[in-house]
Design a protein around this ligand. Sequence first.
Ligand code: ZN
Length: 387
Amino acid sequence: MTADPLSQALDPWGFESPFGASASGERTTAAGQPAVVGAPWGEAPWVEAPWAEAAWTEAPWTGEAESAGGVAFPSGAVLARASGATGRDEEHWDPNGAGLPLLDTRPALRTTRLSPNFTVGELASSGGRASDVARISPELVRVLQAIRDRAGKAVRITSGYRSWARNKALYQGYGKKPTLSRHCSGQAADITVPGLSGAQIAKLAIDAAGPELAIGIGTTFAHVDVRGAWALWSYGGVAASTVRAVRAYRDARRRGAPPAPVPPGPVPPGPVPPPVPRVPGQTAGGRLEVARVPLLAAHRGAGPDLVLRWNGMQNPEAIDVVVHLHGYSPPAASMRLPRDKEPISGLDFSDPAGREPGGRTRPTLALLPGGSRRRARSGPTGSRSRR
Ligand SMILES: [Zn+2]
């Protein structure tokens, strides 16, 4: 994936695109309530809850405890109530009547932690913009923390509280009637987890927070909300088979199947090799004869096996390597590289035509190996040459 994964699913505001694909977009009923796409057991009594102990009853949380006029969160932080226009169709209308109060989320409070890994600013923001007053469900914070704990890595909230006014503006931008978004009620968050698809996040959320979560599956994100009933839907780009797989997973978990292992995230980069130490200063040009090179032991000639030459260079980023492969040599077994080949090999880096008296200036290492002793037929007369 080369593009920012969010850009595939989110509009420029950072919202998921609600109308990315009408065939699988978030469905709403005539009353505007998100429809439960696949919850055949929605009416069934909850009898098997293998994770209930861990996920739901371990925390003593019983709702949004009102504390001194404010709302207490899992971290112990208390946010004070705030006033705002909450009437029908006004800026902070709660279209679901969930009953959560508007809370003070002014900038000075944004870094306050509501749980070990989530701040006021994250929950009070949608599409990267924070609101000075917001509805925030303590239960949602607890669910998000449970997801974070199970994931074992960062969970990013791309949309938390979204005012009714912003929600309307968002949908008007699409030329659509706004949905009665749970984000406006303070009960929803859109989340991403590095390296995980929306469906993987959905399954992880079911394992972390239980089967009564409402989940919207995007390609690279998941919407989770705590409306209090199971619901499942998808956004654009998610195959129907993916939704069925998540539903089947939830079904299996309800019947007692063990949770799937947490998918690994991106492989962290390996240890960075130590930098190659640089020798400071200038390297003058030079020449070296190597008498014996095992690789060239079978080659013809009286030695040395290899002649190296290089020109002057200073801490080069790269060097050119030139290998002179020479052919027939009349002296055969008595051939000596420095005498018979080097003068005509170009190892002096000079321009044979004399046009560049300074010679080659790019950092260069030249190799002149002794020729092979193998005989090869060449030419129509079958004359022999030694290489
Ligand atoms: Zn959402």
